[in-house]
Design a protein around this ligand. Structure first.
Ligand SMILES: [Mg+2]
Length: 350
């Protein structure tokens, strides 16, 4: 098992609770199985995953366990317990090598456990629909940016809300709706509202697909009470409380699944199936990952297809990348790689 650190610059720095981020740092993990090389990526995002240093330590443990055990994959995965980004890298490296050895694209290899997904015959998924995301701006600029995204072919646009008053956000939505009468709109408050604001929003929001994370992450019962007139999607709550708690409390109509935060592509596919079995629709997104993890998230979405528009159009946030992108975004969709494995060429070296 080989571990290579990497850093890729962001086009624009973004501010997190833990400070300003100007690049995405992580690790590539390379393994060999049945003569095939597989590559995995760990791009930790504290708040969603372990820290960079904890990820590095977990991968070192995984490499030692891998070298010491005949059951090397099981031992390496066990060494990543509590470090989801590290586990994501190890499991993706193995899933990629396995899919290559089977001669299947990663999504069909991942989907093979699902009786509904017949890998022998049909089951191919050409594209996955993706949403554009528009950040905070005044009403006019918001409407213009959404208009540009729809002109680029996006049918679904997510607006970030909660940075200004609810009345100001409602004005942004009114201006946007006027600009794009037919587009599907969703909003993401990232937990910024209190219950009173969320209640007001619930009756004042125009027709939208859903409101994502209106309240702080721990508020599962309060989210359950908000459901009804407007569908509720949960993102931060899934990371904080776990998918099971979200499903048991019937807190969401939609759950946002991030393979990096869930600890692996196979865990994300399994989470998506579990959500759907409970009547909750999954949506797959990245954690602003580099090309190996971003493409793997496309395969997760394809393994769960058909899905609502997913948050996979995030490659533009990076000013450079680790390899050419095999899953480009165009016309509101991302093309699913149909070659063997993840579809990203192995990094140069050795
Ligand atoms: Mg979100």
């Amino acid at each position: 098992m080989r571990i290579d650190p990497f850093a890729v610059p962001l086009v624009e720095p973004f501010d997190t609770a833990r400070g300003r981020m100007t690049e995405r740092r992580g690790f590539l993990v390379t393994v060999e199985r049945d003569g095939e090389v597989g590559v995995g990526e760990a791009t930790p995002l504290p708040g969603w995953t372990e820290t960079y240093d904890d990820c590095a330590a977990a991968l070192e443990r995984a490499a030692r366990a891998h070298a010491a055990s005949a059951e090397c994959e099981t031992a390496a995965l066990a060494a990543c317990e509590g470090a989801p980004a590290a586990r994501h890298a190890v499991s993706l490296a193995y899933a990629d090598a396995t899919a290559r050895a089977r001669g299947l694209p990663l999504y069909r290899s991942l989907g093979a456990g699902d009786p509904l997904c017949d890998v022998e015959t049909d089951g191919s998924v050409e594209t996955v629909p993706v949403n554009a995301t528009v950040g905070d701006a005044d009403a006019e600029a918001t409407a213009d940016r959404v208009g540009d995204a729809v002109a680029d072919g996006f049918e679904t646009v997510k607006l970030k809300v909660g940075a200004r008053s609810l009345d100001a956000d409602l004005a942004r939505l009114d201006a946007t709706r006027e600009m794009v009468p037919d587009a599907t709109l969703r909003v993401d408050a990232n937990g910024a509202w209190d219950v009173a604001t969320a209640e007001r929003a619930r009756s004042a929001l125009p027709a939208i697909e859903y409101v994502e994370q209106p309240l702080a992450a721990p508020s599962l019962d309060a989210h359950a009470a908000l459901r009804g007139r407007t569908a509720v999607a949960l993102d931060e709550s899934v990371a904080a409380a776990g998918l099971d708690a979200v499903l048991e409390t019937e807190a969401a109509d939609v759950v946002v699944l991030k393979p990096m935060a869930l600890g692996g592509v196979e865990k994300a596919v399994e989470a998506g199936r579990r959500a759907r079995a409970a009547g909750v629709e999954p949506v797959v997104t990245t954690t602003f990952d580099a090309v190996y993890a971003r493409t793997a998230a496309v395969h997760v979405a394809a393994a769960l297809a058909p899905l609502p528009a997913c948050g996979l159009a995030t490659g533009d946030a990076l000013a450079a990348d680790l390899a050419p992108d095999p899953a480009p975004v165009s016309g509101g969709g991302v093309a699913v790689p149909q070659g063997k494995g993840n579809g990203v060429p192995a990094p140069l070296g050795e």
